[in-house]
Design a protein around this ligand. Structure first.
Ligand SMILES: Cc1cc2nc3c(=O)[nH]c(=O)nc-3n(C[C@H](O)[C@H](O)[C@H](O)COP(=O)(O)OP(=O)(O)OC[C@H]3O[C@@H](n4cnc5c(N)ncnc54)[C@H](O)[C@@H]3O)c2cc1C
Length: 500
């Protein structure tokens, strides 16, 4: 392809889904992806290789602002972080689009309501073949279409946990999942959460929207093509050149439209690295690029009963939203509770290195492993900056009181369900799994780099479609909301004929 109409930077959830929405439009689209396709190997289903040796982590180092360098859990492959994701494909709740008072401050309103995104959520659920059930979750927003497939079944220990929670008067519900469980287990009897997908069992950005997009001969993927920066025109109104490397050589391309989808942290870094070198970068007259970094406040909670084994293989089929909109007593919201993929002794050992492995194996074999997730609020001082090539992350956490309270209430619930030992540990600060907010959308160019269709207020031919556009983190997993908005943006580009 000599001169594409549109260049998409990154093939993760945002980039691949916007590409699928542009398929059949007649526009020539080039996707520039920094990584390669993940190949199947023994290591892709080996907990030691994944969690202890960190075999799939990138070679690069980031820096904690004012602190040490660290190797981030941020994955560069075709499909991006979604190759490793837990495939929970859940909608933000209706209330997440409105201003909401939390213990740590106010979560601001989106520039449009849930109803605006609803049809696109339904389309995204079809695209990712989501398995789920409507009707059990008290916070469930309106769905114009049912889930395309029935839920992934609970394993016996989880079916029991579901009944125990119901016995407390709570409302456990099936997690909406992009997982074909027979296909996944057919390729190896392991959990899928944090395990790389190299087959058809997990609906990730590569296996679902990218596969669909690449059926269009006008859409091309170029791998091992990291984008370095963008150049704006002399008057600053448009992006004229995308600068990238391919096989070690500096390359450039000049499309009519640029869609930046490198993930919330890397997209901000690309804009901040763009000339003028000592300025604020591109798309940044609001001075908000890189700011408002959010990543959820979350903990792992192990409910252990030494008398009962948990023989689950995958485990991850339940969630609880009884504390999502309030603390259960009419107070402020706490957050979402969902299962983790089944943890084993090796995964625990990677986190608690001093403990003997046999004790960790016993603990893992008798635990049900939960994930507690609370909203992180936008703070302009929580930010991504760049120091030459290096990404510098200053994550100022907010709203930690919600996590403390959720931990307390769930510990009491699991004890009441008969688990005598309940252990919890906050997730590592250096794993930016749910990164978002760094290039947010909004109504006001003074407070947001992007308009409600993810178009840069500064440069008319630049869109940013990845976790960066999210103005709030809510307290649910982000991928489906990124995908729904990506489909909405693609439709907007087509209807307005913006690639001409
Ligand atoms: C272990 C794990 C579990 C998770 N579980 C869930 C879950 O269950 N549900 C959920 O909703 N979310 C989950 N997430 C989060 C989810 O994966 C992300 O929210 C989602 O992938 C973000 O989409 P994105 O488009 O913003 O970025 P990504 O999907 O990460 O895509 C960014 C893409 O850009 C590429 N790229 C980066 N820099 C450049 C560059 N300079 N040039 C060219 N290409 C570049 C990357 O290689 C990547 O392909 C999980 C994440 C992790 C790590």
């Amino acid at each position: 392809m000599t001169s594409p109409d549109i260049v998409i930077i990154g093939s993760g959830i945002g980039g691949a889904t916007v590409a699928s929405g542009l398929a059949g439009s007649g526009a020539k689209v080039l996707i520039l992806e920094r990584g390669e396709r993940l190949a199947a190997s023994h290591a892709t289903r080996d907990t030691k290789a994944i969690f202890v040796e960190g075999r799939f982590r990138p070679k690069e180092m980031w820096r904690e602002a004012g602190g040490a360098d660290f190797n981030p859990g941020n994955y560069y492959y075709v499909g991006g972080n979604s190759k490793f994701y837990g495939a929970v494909l859940i909608r933000y709740r209706r209330e997440d689009f409105l201003a909401m008072e939390h213990f740590g401050g106010v979560s601001p309103a989106w520039p449009f309501p849930y109803e605006e995104l609803e049809p696109w959520y339904s389309k995204a659920e079809q695209l990712f073949a989501v398995r789920g059930a409507l009707g059990d979750d008290p916070t469930e927003p309106f769905h114009s279409l049912p889930y395309p497939f029935t839920p992934v079944p609970d394993e016996p220990a989880i079916a029991r946990a579901r009944n125990e929670l119901k016995g407390l008067g709570l409302h456990p519900a099936s997690l909406p999942l992009g997982v074909d469980i027979e296909a996944w287990l057919g390729e190896g009897r392991t959990p899928w959460d944090a395990f790389p997908n190299t087959g058809s069992g997990k609906m990730d950005a590569e296996s679902a929207p990218l596969a669909e997009a690449l059926r269009d001969p006008d859409i091309t993927l170029l791998t091992s093509a990291p984008v370095e920066w963008l150049d704006a025109s002399a008057d600053g109104r448009t992006i004229v050149t995308v600068r990238y490397r391919y096989q070690g050589e500096a390359k450039s391309v000049s499309p009519k439209l640029v869609i930046l989808s490198a993930g919330a942290i890397n997209s901000a870094a690309i804009l901040l690295r763009s000339p003028p070198a000592k300025g604020k970068g591109l798309a940044n007259s609001s001075d908000q690029v890189g700011r408002n970094f959010m990543n959820h406040n979350s903990s792992a909670m192990l409910a252990v009963d030494p008398r009962r084994r948990n023989d689950s293989v995958y485990q991850k089929t339940l969630m609880l939203n009884d504390y999502y909109l309030s603390d259960g007593k009419g107070g402020k919201p706490l957050g979402n509770v969902q299962l983790l993929g089944k943890i084993d002794g090796s995964i625990l050992k990677a986190n608690v290195r001093h403990a003997p492995k046999f004790a960790l194996d016993f603990m893992a074999g008798h635990a049900i492993d939960w994930y507690l997730m609370c909203e992180d609020l936008p703070d302009p001082e929580s930010r991504v900056t760049v120091d030459g090539e290096r990404i510098v992350l200053q994550w100022r956490r907010t709203n930690l009181e919600s996590l403390e309270r959720l931990t307390k209430v769930m510990r009491a619930n699991f004890r009441a369900c008969g688990y005598p030992i309940v252990l919890s540990r906050p997730f590592d600060k250096r794993t930016p799994s749910h990164q978002c907010g760094t290039i947010r959308l909004g109504d006001d160019p003074a407070g947001a780099p992007l308009d409600p269709y993810c178009r840069s207020f500064d440069h008319g031919n630049l869109f940013v479609v990845d976790g960066g556009f999210l103005p709030t983190s809510a307290a649910v997993n982000p991928a489906l909301t990124i995908a729904a908005q990506a489909l909405r943006v693609a439709d907007h580009i087509r209807r307005k004929d913006l690639a001409r």
